[in-house]
Design a protein around this ligand. Structure first.
Ligand code: ATP
Ligand code: MG
Length: 691
C-alpha cells in the first residue's frame, strides 16, 4: 500500500541542530562510539531575544503583592485566568466566555467558545520566533550520548508524524496508545496527536502486556505507537514484544507503528507498520486541526497506588494554560534556562513538566531516558554538569535511594548551574529534603516540594510562587498556587476552619487544569472526587494547616491510622523514623488492635552497614516517634524487610502492607501495577518468620 520513499532518519535519533543527520549509536554499541558533546554544543545558544514570558506582576501591575494576586485569582477567577489565557496562549479563535461550569453535575468548562491547537502553542509559535533554540535535550541511557532537538526540528518531526497518522485514518477524537521510551519520538507522538485532534494515552513503557492491554481496551484505541526496544539502566526492554502480547488481546487495534530505538530486528505482523518508512513518505507541513478549548487532549491512567487504574481525561486549553503557568511561576522559569524534569513521559509529571508546560513556554526541556543509578549513583549530577541544567525536578523515592550512597557521588560534579530543585510524588521527608537542599543545592537553590495529582493537571501546593524572599521551610509544600483554595474537611463533611488543624484535603475553587472526567465513567469521577465532600473537589489525601497557614501533606486518607481515636497520618511517623541514621526506608500502616482499635505496624529497610543492633534501632525508633509525635504513634511492631512494594512510579503501596500486617495475605488484591510483584512474597515470608 505504501510507496517507497527516501530513507528517513529514525525519530529517536533526530538530526543535529545544524541539520546534518547524526545517527546515534545503539545502546549496546555506545561504548564503542561514544560521542563527546561539549556543553556549548548543546546549551541553547543564549537566544533569548524573543519576548520572554511575562511575570505575573507585569500581567497584573495594579496588584502590588503576591498575597493580592493570589486573593484576586480566587475572587475573580474569570478575569485572572482570562487575562493569562489571552497573554500566554495563541488562539485560533479568541474566547468570549471564560467559564461555563455546571458544578452540580461536576462539569467544568474553561474558555468554551475559544479554539486553539495545543501543538501550535507548544511548537509552531516558538519555531517561528526562535527556530534554532533547543526544545528537547535528549539525555539517553548511556551518559555522554545526549542529542539536542531544536524547535524547528521538533516542528518538522511532529508534522511528519501527524501526516502519517492522518494518512492512516486517525482523526479527531480517536484515541492513540503510546508505549514508548522517553525520547523525542514520544514527545513528537504526543504533539502529533494534538496536531490532528487525536487523543493520546501514554502508557509507561515498563507496564506489562496485561496492563497495557487493559488501558488500550478502556480507551478503545485503534492505533498504537511503539519502538522495537527500549533501553533503561543499561538493560534492553523488548517493547515490541510486550505490544504484540497486548494487541493480541485488543481487537480494537488495527495498526501498530513501530519506531526505532535500537535498530534490532523485530518480528513484524500484519498490523505492524515500520514508522521510519512511513515518515519518509510525508512532508514537514501539517495543517493543525481546529480544536475547541474543551476537546480532549489526552487520557492518562493513574499509577494505581490505591486501586484499579482510572483513565483521567484532560482537555486542551485549560490544561495547557495551567501547566504553562505553574511551570513558569512555581519554578521561576526564565528564557535560557535548561529545565530538567527526570520523570518518565508516562506519568503526569512527564506530561506537564517534561512536555506541555515547558514547551508552551518555549523552554529547553530535558528528556531523561535513564535511571538515577546508571551507570552509578552520580548519574543525575553528572548529567546536571554536562547539560548545564538549571532546574532539577524528581521524586522522593529517588532521593531516598541516592542519599544512601557516599556524598562524593554528588560533590564530584559541578552543580553551579542549578537554581531551582523540585520534588513530587510522595511526601518529602526531612532527611531527603536536607540532603537535596543542603548537599545537592548547596543551600543556595530554592527547593519546591510540590503537591499535586494526575487529576489536578498541574502543581496545586508548593512553596513558590510566593512573595519575594518569603521563607521556604523543609519538607512541606506550604502554599496554594494561584487560583487554588485548599479546604480541610472533617470525616463527616464539615469544613475545618482555623490554624493548627487537620482534615481531608479538598479544593474549594475550580482551576483550569482540573481533570474533566474519568474516561467513559463520569459517575466514577463524581463519586470519587465530588461526592465525599459536597461542593468540593476531594483529593484523597489528608493535610495539616499549621499555625502560619502552611500546608503539610499527612498521607493518603485511606492510609490514615486510627489509634484510640487519634487519627494518624503515615507521613509524619515515617518522617520521624527516617531521621534514624540506620533506616533507609520505612512504611507504616494500621493493623487491627484489640485495645486501641488500630496499632501502628512499621515495615522498614535498614541501611547496608548499620551501626547498632536491631533491638537498639527499634528502641531508638520508639524514642524518636515518642519525642517527635506522641506515645500513641509509636509502632507496636517493626518488621525488617528486603524491600517495600512500590508502583512503577516508585510510590509505596500501603494497601498491600495493610493486608500483610493484618495477616491476610490471601486478600492482597491487584498487584499488577507493582514494579516488582515478587517483593510481596518476601515481605510475607519476613512476616511469618517474625510472628
Ligand atoms: P492512584 O490515584 O491510582 O492511587 P496515585 O495517586 O499514586 O495513583 P498520582 O496522581 O501520580 O497517582 O499521584 C498523586 C498522589 O501522590 C497524591 O494524591 C499524593 O498522595 C501523592 N503526592 C504527590 N505529590 C506529593 C507531595 N509533594 N507530598 C505528598 N504527597 C504527594
Ligand atoms: Mg491518586
Amino acid at each position: 500500500r505504501r510507496k517507497s520513499c527516501h530513507p528517513h532518519p529514525p525519530l529517536c535519533c533526530a538530526s543535529s541542530p545544524e541539520g546534518s543527520v547524526s545517527k546515534a549509536p545503539g545502546p549496546l554499541r555506545s561504548s564503542l562510539r561514544a560521542t563527546s558533546v561539549s556543553k556549548s554544543d548543546v546549551i541553547p545558544a543564549g537566544d533569548i531575544t524573543s519576548t520572554p514570558i511575562p511575570e505575573i506582576t507585569d500581567v497584573f501591575p495594579e496588584l502590588h503583592t503576591h498575597e493580592h494576586i493570589h486573593q484576586f485569582s480566587l475572587d475573580h477567577p474569570e478575569e485572572f485566568w482570562g487575562q493569562l489565557a489571552r497573554s500566554r496562549l495563541e488562539w485560533q479563535r479568541e474566547f468570549k466566555t471564560v467559564t461555563a461550569h455546571e458544578p452540580e453535575k461536576a462539569i467544568f468548562r474553561w474558555f468554551p467558545d475559544g479554539q486553539l491547537n495545543v501543538s501550535v502553542n507548544c511548537v509552531d509559535r516558538h519555531a517561528r520566533h526562535h527556530p534554532d533554540r533547543v526544545a528537547l535535550l535528549w539525555e539517553k541511557d548511556e551518559p555522554g550520548q545526549q542529542e539536542p532537538i531544536t524547535y524547528r526540528q521538533l516542528k518538522d518531526e511532529m508534522c511528519r508524524l501527524a501526516n502519517v497518522l492522518r494518512a492512516s485514518g486517525v482523526g479527531k477524537g480517536d484515541r492513540v496508545a503510546l508505549y514508548l521510551p522517553v525520547s523525542p519520538l514520544a514527545v513528537a507522538s504526543m504533539l502529533a496527536c494534538a496536531r490532528i485532534g487525536a487523543v493520546h494515552s501514554v502508557v509507561f513503557a515498563g507496564f506489562s502486556a496485561e496492563a497495557l492491554a487493559s488501558r488500550i481496551q478502556d480507551a478503545g484505541a485503534e492505533t498504537v505507537i511503539t519502538t522495537d526496544q527500549a533501553v533503561r539502566g543499561g538493560k534492553v526492554i523488548q517493547l515490541k514484544q510486550v505490544v504484540d502480547a497486548a494487541v493480541a488481546k485488543c481487537p480494537s487495534v488495527r495498526q501498530v507503528f513501530v519506531g526505532t530505538r535500537t535498530e534490532s530486528q523485530v518480528k513484524m505482523g500484519p498490523k505492524d507498520i515500520a514508522l521510519d518508512k512511513a515518515l519518509s513518505c510525508e512532508g514537514t507541513e501539517c495543517e493543525p486541526a481546529v480544536q475547541d478549548a474543551e476537546d480532549l487532549l489526552f487520557l492518562l491512567y493513574t499509577s494505581g497506588s490505591t486501586g484499579s487504574p482510572k483513565g483521567v481525561a484532560h482537555t486542551s486549553a485549560g490544561y495547557l494554560l495551567y501547566a504553562a503557568t505553574t511551570h513558569k511561576h512555581v519554578f521561576d522559569y526564565r528564557d535560557g534556562d535548561v529545565f530538567g524534569c527526570v520523570a518518565d513521559v508516562g506519568w503526569i509529571t512527564g506530561h506537564s513538566y517534561v512536555v506541555y508546560g515547558p514547551l508552551a513556554n518555549g523552554a529547553t526541556t530535558v528528556l531523561f531516558e535513564s535511571t538515577p543509578t546508571y551507570p552509578n549513583p552520580g548519574r543525575y549530577w553528572e548529567t546536571v554538569a554536562r547539560l548545564g541544567i538549571t532546574h532539577f525536578y524528581c521524586a522522593p523515592t529517588a532521593l531516598r535511594l541516592l542519599l544512601r550512597y557516599e556524598d562524593d557521588w554528588v560533590k564530584r560534579y559541578d552543580r553551579s548551574t542549578l537554581r531551582v530543585l523540585g520534588s513530587v510524588g510522595e511526601p518529602l521527608n526531612h532527611e531527603a529534603w536536607h540532603w537535596f537542599n543542603d548537599l545537592v543545592g548547596e543551600k543556595r537553590c530554592t527547593l519546591v516540594d510540590t503537591w499535586w495529582q494526575t487529576e489536578t493537571g498541574g502543581i496545586m501546593i508548593s512553596p513558590r510562587p510566593s512573595a519575594p524572599g518569603a521563607p521556604v521551610l523543609p519538607a512541606l509544600p506550604m502554599r496554594p498556587m494561584f487560583g487554588v483554595k485548599p479546604v480541610l474537611c472533617e470525616p463527616n463533611g464539615g469544613v475545618v476552619e482555623g490554624m493548627g488543624v487537620d482534615g481531608a484535603l479538598c479544593v474549594g475553587s475550580v482551576w483550569p487544569g482540573i481533570a474533566r472526567t474519568i474516561y467513559g465513567d463520569h459517575k466514577r469521577y463524581v463519586d470519587t472526587y465530588f461526592s465525599p465532600y459536597k461542593g468540593y473537589y476531594f483529593s484523597g489525601d489528608g493535610a495539616h494547616r499549621d499555625q502560619d497557614g502552611y500546608y503539610h501533606i499527612t498521607g493518603r486518607m485511606d492510609d490514615v491510622i486510627n489509634v484510640t481515636g487519634h487519627r494518624l497520618g503515615t507521613a509524619e511517623v515515617e518522617d520521624a523514623m527516617m531521621e534514624h541514621p540506620d533506616v533507609a526506608e520505612v512504611a507504616v500502616v494500621g493493623f487491627p488492635h484489640e485495645v486501641k482499635g488500630e496499632g501502628v505496624f512499621a515495615f522498614m529497610i535498614l541501611k547496608d552497614h548499620t551501626h547498632e543492633s536491631t533491638e537498639e534501632i527499634k528502641n531508638d525508633l520508639r524514642k524518636l516517634v515518642r519525642s517527635k509525635i506522641a506515645g500513641y504513634a509509636v509502632p507496636e511492631t517493626f518488621l525488617i524487610c528486603p524491600g517495600l512494594p512500590k508502583t512503577r512510579s516508585g510510590k509505596i503501596m500501603r494497601r498491600i502492607l495493610r493486608k500483610v500486617a493484618a495477616n491476610k495475605p490471601g486478600e492482597l488484591g491487584d498487584i499488577s501495577t507493582l514494579a516488582d510483584p515478587t517483593i510481596v512474597q518476601s515481605i510475607i515470608d519476613a512476616y511469618n518468620e517474625n510472628r
